[in-house]
Structure formats: C-alpha cells, structure tokens
Write a protein that binds this ligand. Structure first.
Ligand code: SF4
Length: 463
C-alpha cells in the first residue's frame, strides 16, 4: 500500500503531465522537495558517542530526514554502539539483534552499526551478524556519509544535528585517552588523546549559543588533559576563560575530570566565573592505595583525599560527582570497607558505580578476576545503599532554599528541570507542578518544597 502522501505527490505530477502547463512550471515542479527517506540514529553509551551521532546526523540531513531515538519506523537505522564493559556490550548486541529482527520483518531496509563495539569486535560481529548492511568503527564519519551516497561536508562538523533539547548541548573538547588505567579498554577503542583546537571549540560554542543553547556540558575521556598534546601544556583553564565570554551561554558544566595531575587553577577559575556551575565530576574508581596502584591511576588514596579537601575549601558549595568500581581483582572485604568509610567521610553529592568487568586487551586482564560475581553485586548494593542515605539527607537540606532552575521539559502533567548541581540524564530532576506556564529552555527561580534521594520538588517563585 503506497503511503497517502506519495499518492498525492504522484497525483499532482500525473495531472500536470496530462494537461501541459505554462512554460517553466515543470522546473518549479522539479524543484519540489523529494520525499526524504528517514534515518533513525540510535545512540548507546556515553555523551561522547552522542556527540558523534549528532555529527553524523548533520551529514545525513543533507538528503535524509534524520531523527535520534525515533520510536516510529524508519527504513534506515544506524546504531552507534558502546563496547567498553560487559553490560554495555550486551546492550549493544541486543539492540542490533532487535533491529535485525525488524529487518527480517521488512520494517528496516538498511541497518548500519558503528561505534565502540564494532571498533573493538569488527571481524567477529561481521561473521556473527551478516544481516547488518555496513559496519564502521569510531571516527569513520566520511565513510558512513559515503555509505548513504552523500558528500562529506567539513563545514557541517560545527553544526551538529542535536539529540539534546535545544537549550543544552554536550561539547566534546578532545577525543581518545593517553592514560593507562588497568581496567579500561577505552584507549584501545577510541585511540590516543587528541585535543580539538581552541578556536574551533570557541567557534562551535558561539554557533550553539546562536541556536539558543544556554548550557554547555564539556566532555572528553579526560577533560584535564586538554591541550597537553597540541599546546604542550594543560589549557583547560584558558579554554574555560574564553568559553565564559561566549554570549548567550549561561551555564558551563565540567564532566570527566581526572584526579592525577589535576590542573588546580581550574578550581580558582570555577570560583571566579559564575557561568561555570558549582559542579564537578571526577571519577575516582577507588580509594585504597594498593588498588589504585594496581589500577594504574597514578595517585594514592591520601593524595586523592587531599585534592578533594582543597577543592572543597575553594568550592564549598560545589556538587561533587564521582564514580567507583567495586570488585576489582584483589579487593578484599577490608579494602572495600575502606571505600565505604571514604564515601561516608567525603559525603559526595552524586555517586555512580560499576562492578569490575574483566576486559581483554586491558592490563588488568592478566590479573585473576578473583572477586565472585555475587560478592561484586552485594558490594555494589552496599555502596549504593550508603549513597542513597547521603543523597537523601543532602537533598532534604535543600528544602526551603530558593534556587535557579533550568526548565528542561513538560511531560503533560508537570515540568522537569535542573539546578546547577544537576547534570542531565545522571542527576536529580526538579519536579514542578504548577498552573503557571513555564518555558523549556528558560531559567526560573524556584523554592524547593520536597526531596527524595534522587529528585527534588519545587514551586516557581519568579520567572
Ligand atoms: S582516564 Fe582511564 S578510565 Fe578514563 S578513558 Fe582514560 S584510561 Fe579509561
């Protein structure tokens, strides 16, 4: 059954064919937009993958109707996969197989897989899942664009087709990683650290602001390494100072800060620059010095604590987010308790945690994965239970406070937004039930009226 719209189109052409019209009209007809085929881009994994999908979307939008995470059917599907730990790999493979089934049912014409999983396991995947039309690893934008019959356009690199709401955007400042954390496959997957030139980042920030972006979320594998490769020194601080001068940007958020060699001038800049939100994401992975040494993190437990205390002294109001791995080879009950004590002592605002995943082509793969899976899961639960109580208490302390809230969306019943202490997707949401009309992308002042461990309730007081 040919879609109705197409009938209409065909009908119009037929009519004019039968009844010749004024000269030149055919040219007009020829310029009528062709019905653009739809491409649905599914992105798994981290915000760096999302950034890559947005760059690809901009290229494909030259001739296709491109959507991110569309729930509606699309003849062409691109899956941008994640492949750094077991659970992420499993999710990527299940998603591919889901669309292979859709293809067998005739709902998908072309299925393309890209990203970290295919970068890491290209040959095996090609062998195991022949139904996929094309496989690409990371950094194959030109080839992916050519696969869809399009010319690669350099100028579109700074004009991504966003998957995020119009008022916030991830801004990747570098790719890859030069660190050698023993458990991590990312350097082998995404390659060496490559910083983007500062001018290019500033230009892109300006274009994003011109499109209405208010919040820039800086991302990389390791934000602190910025500049060491192309400028011979750490230049995250310099970059931040320039970004704060971009008109229209009101919030700048920092994710993925590495503790070793941490550029402490960044803390002073955060304290001085109101546009840089009071929020700092620093994955620490563990606190026991022997475990940290085995993880090749290049920092001891004592030095980690000292750094956090300096940060807390200079930024007493900052929300600290971190990530831990539990069940790493050699993690005894005593070493795990040290981690629990550390979390109790530091009172982080946000904690994410993973169980150790024994990954080939990593240095830790030579170690015995000697913590049983059930013990890993039990430790994960104990750590998150401890953090639950901390998050709940910290959120309850916010009740009665007035805060600036960025409205993210309206879900038909209530508005959802975030304070400067909350990053999209991973932190608290502020829930606002009001008769007032609020506008996504706008800031309001709100009074916090309620809290649970992971969300806040509020009422608008101004804006
Ligand atoms: S900093 Fe360490 S954990 Fe992060 S991507 Fe690099 S090697 Fe992996």
């Amino acid at each position: 059954m040919v879609p109705k719209a197409l009938c209409l189109h065909a009908g119009i052409r037929l009519f004019f064919f039968k009844f010749p019209l004024k000269p030149g009209l055919n040219k007009k007809l020829a310029s009528l937009p062709r019905m653009k085929k739809k491409i649905n881009i599914i992105t798994l994994g981290c915000s760096k993958n999302l950034f890559d999908s947005e760059q690809l979307a901009a290229q494909l939008a030259q001739q296709y109707r491109v959507e991110h995470e569309s729930r509606d059917a699309a003849p062409y599907v691109v899956i941008n996969t994640c492949g750094f730990i077991h659970d992420a790999k499993e999710e990527s493979i299940n998603t591919i197989l889901e669309y292979v089934e859709a293809k067998k049912r005739g709902q998908v014409e072309k299925l393309v897989v890209t990203g970290c999983l295919s970068q890491r396991y290209m040959d095996e995947l090609k062998r195991e899942i022949p139904e996929v039309d094309a496989w690409f690893g990371n950094h194959h934008l030109k080839e992916e664009t050519a696969f869809f019959g399009l010319p690669f356009r350099e100028d579109l690199l700074l004009d991504r087709k966003m998957a995020t709401p119009a008022h916030y955007a991830y801004l990747k400042i570098s790719e890859g990683c030069d660190r050698s954390c023993s458990f991590c496959a990312i350097p082998a997957i995404r390659g060496r650290h490559v910083s983007r030139p500062m001018e290019e980042i500033i230009t892109e920030a300006g274009r994003l602001a011109a499109k209405g972006v208010k919040e820039l979320i800086l991302i990389a594998q390791d934000l602190t390494y910025y500049g060491l490769d192309i400028y011979g020194k750490r230049r995250l601080g310099d970059l931040l100072k320039k970004l704060t001068k971009v008109d229209g940007i009101e919030w700048i958020r920092l994710h993925y800060m590495y503790p070793t060699g941490f550029p402490e001038e960044v803390i002073d800049i955060m304290a001085e620059e109101p546009k840089i939100v009071n929020y700092l994401d620093m994955p620490l992975q563990h606190i026991d010095s022997e475990i940290l040494a085995s993880m090749r993190r290049g920092i001891s437990g004592e030095k980690t604590k000292a750094l956090l205390q300096r940060i807390r002294r200079k930024l007493p109001d900052a929300a600290l987010r971190t990530t831990f791995i539990v069940g790493y080879p050699g993690e005894t009950e005593e070493k795990f308790r040290k981690l629990l004590d550390f979390v109790s002592e530091m009172q982080f605002d946000r904690v994410g945690a993973f169980t150790y995943s024994h990954e080939e082509n990593t240095a830790a793969y030579t170690l015995e994965d000697n913590v049983p899976e059930e013990v890993k899961q039990e430790r994960l639960q104990r750590l998150m239970d401890l953090q639950y109580d901390i998050s709940l208490r910290k959120n309850q302390e916010k009740i009665g406070r007035r805060m600036k809230v960025l409205i993210d969306r309206y879900d038909g019943e209530k508005y959802l937004g975030r304070t400067q202490y909350d990053s999209p997707e991973v932190d608290n949401e502020v829930i606002i039930c009001t008769d007032k009309i609020l506008t996504p992308g706008k800031f309001i002042e709100a009074e916090i009226t309620g809290a649970d461990a992971y969300d806040l309730w509020a009422k608008p007081v101004r804006g």
